[in-house]
Design a protein around this ligand. Structure first.
Ligand SMILES: C[S@@+](CC[C@H](N)C(=O)[O-])C[C@H]1O[C@@H](n2cnc3c(N)ncnc32)[C@H](O)[C@@H]1O
Ligand SMILES: [Zn+2]
Length: 140
């Protein structure tokens, strides 16, 4: 008889309301070590010209030819907010976008990565960045 499986596959994140003005965010529900794979950013792979035509906040540019349109709700990675002092990073390899921790993350902390200059200038800067670093700078 096969051994009874006792491992519980706990999710490592949950979608919750983020800082005021930043909408929903993705939060760790367990401690996550530095260097861990967190999640893939999934969606329809479209040509950059089509991405320009569609526009939107959930477009992740992969390279000079392709973009992932991650607007679908199945793409849980779409809830990860931007930070100027992030605890995760995005990596692009073989046409896939994956998110990895770059710090030890405590349970309850919000996951974040740097969206990059272009996205920041277009969507974050006009209304003010709500990340911890910018928030601390504002109240200092
Ligand atoms: C990929 S979505 C992230 C999830 C989003 N908060 C939601 O509720 O669906 C990116 C959008 O979230 C908001 N956002 C993400 N990071 C932010 C930040 N640091 N400051 C302000 N708004 C942020 C902006 O509206 C941005 O265009
Ligand atoms: Zn910021």
């Amino acid at each position: 008889m096969p051994a009874k499986k006792t491992t519980i596959d706990k999710p490592v994140f949950a979608v919750k309301r983020s800082r005021a003005g930043a909408g929903l965010g993705l939060f760790a529900v367990t401690d996550i070590p530095k260097g861990a794979f967190i999640i893939e950013y999934t969606g329809e792979k479209i040509a950059n010209a089509e991405a320009d035509r569609r526009g939107g906040r959930y477009l992740f540019n992969i390279n000079t030819k392709w973009t992932i349109d991650g607007k679908g709700h199945h793409n849980t990675a779409r809830y990860i907010n931007h930070s100027c002092r992030p605890n995760c990073e995005s990596r692009v390899a073989k046409g896939m976008v994956t998110i990895h921790s770059i710090k030890n993350i405590k349970s309850g902390e919000e996951l974040s990565y740097d969206y990059g200059t272009e996205y920041f200038k277009e969507y974050i800067k006009p209304l003010g960045c709500r990340c911890d670093k910018c928030h601390a700078r504002r109240i200092a």
